[in-house]
Structure formats: structure tokens, C-alpha cells
Unconditional design. Structure first.
Length: 308
């Protein structure tokens, strides 16, 4: 019982950090850093931290047969995921980005079933759709969507970002059966850096670093250490024992947590609509979690039968 609770704690904390980060990222990009420059800062520092930890604690090497999959994880999970998110966020509102990100768990479920990395169940589908309905209710209740101007392009980029992250979750899961998470994360970020560096180097060199106020430096440090380094680690640790669908559905907590934070700061209200949305989100998490437990118990029973 201890390990599943720990997984939920990892996922809850990661998505709490993400909920805090939407507004912080908008403060930095594009006012102080271009999207590509901000990504280069995030990826380069995080890659260095993971590589340092891997060299200190992990004694393992990648099988040459797995290198292509690891490169694809770096491309989809870091390079495309990060670049598309920041480029999209620069053109749309944080609330739009949060709304569109609710497609990620649905894409994860479909891709997992397509690649047969995870059993498809109706209970899991109902859970994902329940969570999606709750997240959409919370976001729409804010009445802050931007349907005009350049927002549509940003929305498309955020949608592609959601798809790239879904591909990453599904592709990295089989690797966790064979490799330490630190090894995978160091390689994934180093590969991501290869793709990101040529795109972000010019923006990084031309950034007005001397004009950054202290609050922007603090927000940038938060984005690098908490929103990048820690969240990838928490999600990877949870993914060791969980299915990609459970990791994905926790994304639905982001708008709920953002609303709760606003409520605590007296910047939002919590009408009955949001209460219903909260119930839907937690019901979705519970159903996907139960589906995972049922699948695990079925596997154990099957294994025992074969052993007998």
C-alpha cells in the first residue's frame, strides 16, 4: 500500500508545481526571454544536474538496441514538448494552455492501447473522460478564453505539445523495466539539448540579462529547478510502478489546483459548478487508479496459475 500512495504523492506534487508555473512562465516569456532561449536555459541546467547525479549513483549502460527509443524520448519528451509549450504560451493565455493540456490523458490512453503497452479498459476510459469533464468545467467557468487574434496559433502549438508529451510517456515506460530513472533522464535531457541548442542559442546570447529584476531571476530559478528538474523526476518515479494513463490523468489536477491557489489568495470564488468539477476530477483519478490495481491483481493471479 505504501508504494501506490507514494506514487500519488509524486504525481500530486508534480502537478501542483505545474499549476504554479503557468503564470510564472508567462511573466518570463516573451517579456524577458524568447521561448527558445528559456527552453535552452531549462534543458541545459537540468541535463547537467541529471548527468551529475547519474555519474555519482548509477552504474549502468544503455543497450544499443534501445538507443533509437531513447532518442525519440528526448525529441518528444524534452525538445518538442518544451519548445511547443513555450512558443504556444507566448501566443495564447495560460487558461487556454491549461484547457488544451486536458487532451493529454486521452491521447496517452489511446496511444498506450495502440502500442499495447497498457491494457485498455472501459473503467479507465470512463475515468479519463470524467477527469476531462471536470477540468473543462473549471476552466470554462473562468470565462477567460481567448478565441480571437493570434491565440489560435498558440492553441495549436499547445495541442501539439500535449501530443508530444503523450508520446513520450508511452515510449519511456518500457525502458523503465530495464534502466534506472536517473540514467534515462540524463540521456533524455542530453538528447533534448542537442535539438534545443541550435534553436535557442541566438536568443540566449541576445537576452538582456542585466535588465532582469530579482523577481524574474527567482521565477526563472523556480521554472528550472521545480518545474523542470523535480517534475520530470517525480513523474518518472511514479511511472516506474504506474501505467502512463495514471500519470496522464493527474494533469487534470492542474486547473483544479490553480483555482484553489487563486481561492486561497482571494482571487477566485468556488461556486457549485467548480465543486461538481472537483468531484469529477477526483472520481476520474480514482477510477484510473482502480483500473491499474485490478489489472495488477489479474496479472498476479494469472502468474500464480501458470506457476502452479
Amino acid at each position: 500500500m505504501q508504494q501506490p500512495l507514494r506514487d500519488h504523492a509524486y504525481l500530486f506534487t508534480a502537478n501542483l508545481i505545474y499549476a504554479l508555473s503557468f503564470t510564472l512562465a508567462k511573466d518570463i516569456v516573451p517579456s524577458y526571454l524568447s521561448p527558445s532561449a528559456a527552453i535552452l536555459v531549462r534543458v541545459s541546467i537540468t541535463a547537467f544536474l541529471y548527468l551529475l547525479l547519474e555519474q555519482l549513483w548509477v552504474r549502468q549502460r544503455l543497450d544499443p538496441n534501445d538507443r533509437l527509443r531513447v532518442w525519440l524520448c528526448g525529441l518528444f519528451g524534452v525538445a518538442l514538448n518544451q519548445l511547443l509549450f513555450f512558443e504556444g504560451l507566448a501566443l495564447t493565455a495560460p487558461i487556454n494552455a491549461a484547457l488544451i493540456m486536458t487532451t493529454t490523458p486521452i491521447l496517452v490512453l489511446l496511444l498506450s492501447a495502440l502500442f499495447r503497452d497498457e491494457a485498455f479498459t472501459w473503467l479507465k476510459l470512463i475515468g479519463v473522460l470524467s477527469g476531462a469533464a471536470g477540468a473543462v468545467l473549471i476552466l470554462w467557468s473562468g470565462k477567460q478564453l481567448i478565441p480571437h487574434g493570434q491565440g489560435w496559433l498558440g492553441d495549436v502549438l499547445i495541442l501539439l505539445n500535449a501530443a508530444s508529451y503523450a508520446v513520450y510517456l508511452v515510449m519511456v515506460k518500457p525502458l523503465l523495466y530495464r534502466y534506472h530513472p536517473l540514467l534515462l533522464l540524463s540521456r533524455v535531457f542530453l538528447i533534448g539539448l542537442v535539438f534545443v541548442a541550435p534553436v535557442g542559442l541566438s536568443g540566449l546570447l541576445h537576452a538582456g540579462w542585466n535588465s532582469f529584476p530579482l523577481v524574474i531571476w527567482i521565477e526563472l530559478a523556480f521554472i528550472v529547478f521545480f518545474t523542470t528538474f523535480l517534475t520530470y523526476w517525480f513523474n518518472m518515479k511514479a511511472l516506474v510502478r504506474s501505467n502512463p494513463s495514471l500519470v496522464g490523468i493527474y494533469i487534470y489536477l492542474q486547473p483544479l489546483l490553480a483555482t484553489t491557489i487563486a481561492l486561497l489568495l482571494n482571487r477566485d470564488r468556488y461556486p457549485p459548478l467548480k465543486i461538481a468539477a472537483t468531484v469529477l476530477i477526483f472520481a476520474g483519478v480514482y477510477l484510473v487508479s482502480q483500473s491499474r490495481q485490478n489489472q495488477r491483481h489479474t496479472t498476479l493471479r494469472t502468474k500464480n496459475v501458470h506457476e502452479e
